[in-house]
Each structure stands twice: as C-alpha cells, then as structure tokens.
Design a protein around this ligand. Sequence first.
Ligand code: MG
Length: 253
Amino acid sequence: MRRILVAGLAVCAAWMTAASRAAQQRWKIHDRNRPQPPVVTPGECSTQDHPGKPPSDAKVLFDGKDLSQWESIRGGPAPWKVRDGYFEVAPGTGNIRTKQAFGDCQLHVEWATPSPPHGQDQDRGNSGVFLQSLYEIQVLDSYQNQTYPDGQASAVYGQYPPLVNACRPPGEWQTYDIVFHGPRFDRSGKLLRKAYVTVFHNGVLTQDHVEIMGPTEHMKRPPYHPTPEKMPLMLQDHHHPVRFRNIWIRELG
Ligand code: MG
C-alpha cells in the first residue's frame, strides 16, 4: 500500500514538474509575441472634499447619485439615504447588497463614521464590508476607541486584527482597497482552496494576503460551506449612521 502511495506521489510530482515546465516554456523571456496587458486609464485619488475617479475598467457601484446597483437583503430597493454624493446607513432597515454577484476582485470603498462620535467599543460607528456576503472586513470608529483587536476597523472580523491601526478621526473619509480571492469548491462541495484577502486602510497595508478561516460571525468561527464562485457584496446595518461613497470594483480573471 505504502509503495502504491509513494509511486502515486512520484507520478503526481512528475506531472506537476512537467506542467510547470510547460508553463515556463510557453513564453520565452522578453518574448515580444506574448500578449500585451490591456490598457487601463488610472483613476484619481479622493480628497476629504471630493471623491476620486475610478479606473476606466472598474464597475462603479456608487457614483454619488443613487443606489440603483443595490438592494435590501429583505427584498426590494435599498432603503439607505442618499445625500450630497454619499449614502448613509438607515439604522434598523437591514443590510444592503449588490444586485450583481462578484468573485475574485479588487474593491475600493470609502466610509466615514458619525461625528461627533457616540458610544464606545463595538457600539461606535460600526458597519462592515462583507465580501461575497460572508466575509466581513470590519468598519468601525477605531480612532481612540479600543475594542477586541480582531473586531476593530480593517479586521477580518473575529479572525485577524489589522497589522496596524490606520484609522482617521470620526467624520473624516477613509478608504479601503481590498484584493479578494474567493474560495473554491469541487462539484461535490469539497473545499479545494480557502479565500484570501489583502486590505489597505487609508493606503496602509493592514491585511497581508491572509487566509480566511471561513464565514465571519460574532463569537463563532463556522467552517466553509459550498458557495457559488460569485456572490453579492454586502454592507452592514449595525444600527449606526455610517456613510459610504465612491465604491467601485474590478473583477479579476
Ligand atoms: Mg461590523
């Protein structure tokens, strides 16, 4: 039995070596026949007074005007309030999600917590960006406001504290730039690969390609369950009037 296993592993290793050799040989170094990357016109950074511009190939999920790309998770239109280029959580109305589903992606989100601040710990400017509606990057007023580290702003909620606390004061616009690679399952629902996420908070690296343990929940770390490769992006109503603006996404191939 052991001999069969060793032989199997040897065949597998040989196949992988052949596969990686074939990939390496597909294009020679500095090969001018290699396809050129698509041209993208870069966007512009935001200031506190003005939202920036997305890159030319991004899908805009909120451009300051309406919530037409979003819906309530309870059904029907997204009930949050749109004003002066931003939208605000309408406390008690429930989470909202994109109408479109997304898989691997680069995501840009800007948010601001209430000023003057109210409450403390988790009860202060709490919302969340849920990748694929399951994996929360915490939104919280973590400026001079302590909470459990894996629940502060830019945490993978309940799993990974941010590498640093890069929070701006309440009322100021803050940015998340997120790179997400979703989990993969085979046809029988077996997990083949966990999800990974990288996060920059206000341009500072806070999550460095961390392996997400499973869906994020309060006081729980449930295992993965089979999900489609694409799922909606969701924003959390945690009963605090947190604001959002300039949200765009680039799907990764
Ligand atoms: Mg939250």
